[in-house]
Design a binder for this molecule. Structure first.
Ligand SMILES: NC(=O)c1ccc[n+]([C@@H]2O[C@H](COP(=O)([O-])OP(=O)(O)OC[C@H]3O[C@@H](n4cnc5c(N)ncnc54)[C@H](OP(=O)(O)O)[C@@H]3O)[C@@H](O)[C@H]2O)c1
Length: 401
């Protein structure tokens, strides 16, 4: 870092989650570069209290009212000066605040859309982990990035890898189109999750604990289940199309069980560039935080000798019907991805609550996509109404099982 660089203030939306905790770990390694402005969560006030005592943000925000009261009491008891705010407006407020330069968007699910959009509309440097925001409202979201001169950098390890493999002279990842960069296609890698080799008949009876036990990555529950169904890879395909201005048929999903290659880009001259590293989200987080510079992340050096082999195969759609559903929604476009995302969130929550079986997640999504009309997502109101309607249909589908 040059000695004249000022310290950047960072808001972390979703600070108590897996990405939030990894972000705080990287920030704590660079107090000369970053300070924590605001930390937010849904309701886990005890975790947020510990983070506030350690990082002293100006604001802490909880979505849930009673949790916010408990946090305020605890921080006052501990003599911590952090001001506690509550609710959706407060999330948007700390994302868009004048004193903030960088926003880590790491709320899980559709709840992340509005605060992330608030950061974009305030022209912030936005580090996007919340892929659901882009899946739900990609057109409106990317337009807002351009209209407000925000800088959008991908945190998903695959998209961060793709960004690292693209020509590095753009102001952010929203390139003009793959072709203008000389890129023929994107190879989006996927580990295949915990059930890559499980006999198909056994998938009916897998438990939430088994689905959340990812072989390579430690993540929140929702994305862990999405990885087990490979719906996550479908969401990532849609995310890649928006971020890199690609068509769905230009994104090839490749199973790569070792999770060492985080994705690849094939150029028209036949060159294939890959980004490799240990499966630890602190690498993409540090990369996006410091881009275009590089900073230490705390991630161990990749032992390429111990890695020994890298395997690749095509996805099996009988095993992973959710991936096919996402590819179809990407091709159908309009509000199909919004419906897919909402139906999946309800289905995954029902699976985690043991209300439906693992193999019923894809059935819920199929049913909701069949029952709901798609339309052009030309306003945020329409996107939010579509999301709400898909959730209602998903609940009624689950109730009828
Ligand atoms: N984990 C990974 O390795 C990884 C990798 C790539 C992309 N991502 C993406 O990053 C995002 C976060 O994933 P994660 O694994 O970090 O999730 P997570 O561990 O479940 O954490 C989610 C965070 O969002 C907060 N939150 C949940 N609902 C909220 C609401 N309604 N309003 C405000 N805050 C809310 C949670 O607060 P509470 O703690 O109070 O519930 C928590 O801070 C997801 O979009 C995921 O797809 C994650």
């Amino acid at each position: 870092m040059s000695p004249n660089t000022t310290v950047q203030s960072v808001t972390i939306l979703g600070a108590t989650g897996s990405i939030g905790v990894s972000t705080l770990d990287v920030l704590a390694r660079h107090p000369d570069r970053y300070s924590v402005f605001a930390l937010t969560a849904d309701r886990r006030w005890q975790v947020l209290a510990t983070q506030c005592l350690q990082h002293n943000p100006r604001y802490a925000v909880l979505n849930d009212e009673s949790s916010a009261l408990l946090l305020a009491q605890e921080l006052s008891r501990q003599g911590c000066k952090t001001e506690v705010l509550q609710g959706a407006d407060a999330l948007a407020q700390v994302a868009a605040h004048n004193d903030v330069q960088v926003v880590m968007a790491a709320i899980v699910g559709a709840a992340g859309l509005l605060p992330t959009l608030a950061a974009v509309e305030a022209g912030k440097k936005v580090l996007l982990a919340n892929k659901e925001a882009l899946v739900m409202a990609g057109g409106l979201f990317t337009k807002a990035v351009k209209d407000h001169d925000a800088i959008l950098l991908p945190i998903d390890s695959e998209h961060n890898a793709i960004f690292q493999c693209l020509p590095n002279h753009r102001p952010d990842c929203l390139v003009q189109g793959l072709q203008s960069s000389g890129v023929r296609k994107i190879l989006l890698t996927a580990s295949g999750g915990p059930f890559r080799n499980t006999p198909l008949a056994d998938l009916r009876s897998v438990t939430p604990e088994q689905a959340c036990a990812h072989p390579n990555w430690s993540m929140g529950q929702k994305i862990s289940v999405d990885s087990a169904t490979m719906l996550n890879k479908g969401l990532e395909l849609i995310e890649a199309c928006w971020l890199f201005n690609a068509r769905p048929d230009q994104v090839q999903v490749v199973i790569h069980p070792q999770s060492v290659i985080h994705s690849m880009v094939e150029y028209v001259d036949g060159s294939v560039l890959a980004q490799l590293g240990n499966p630890d989200m602190r690498t993409p987080i540090a990369h996006a935080l410091a881009w275009p510079e590089r900073i230490v992340s705390g991630v161990a050096s990749l032992d390429i000798i111990a890695t020994a082999r890298l395997d690749f195969s095509a996805p099996d759609y009988e095993r992973f019907p959710c991936l096919k559903l996402a590819q179809q929604a990407a091709a159908r476009a309009a509000t199909a991805p919004t419906i897919l995302n909402a139906a999946n969130e309800i289905a995954v929550a029902a699976f985690l609550q043991r209300k439906i079986r693992f193999d019923q997640i894809s059935q819920v999504i199929t049913s909701v996509l069949d029952k709901q009309e798609v339309s052009e997502p030309d306003s945020l109101e329409l996107v939010i109404a579509t999301d709400l309607k898909a959730r209602q249909i998903a609940h009624s589908v689950i109730a009828a099982f």
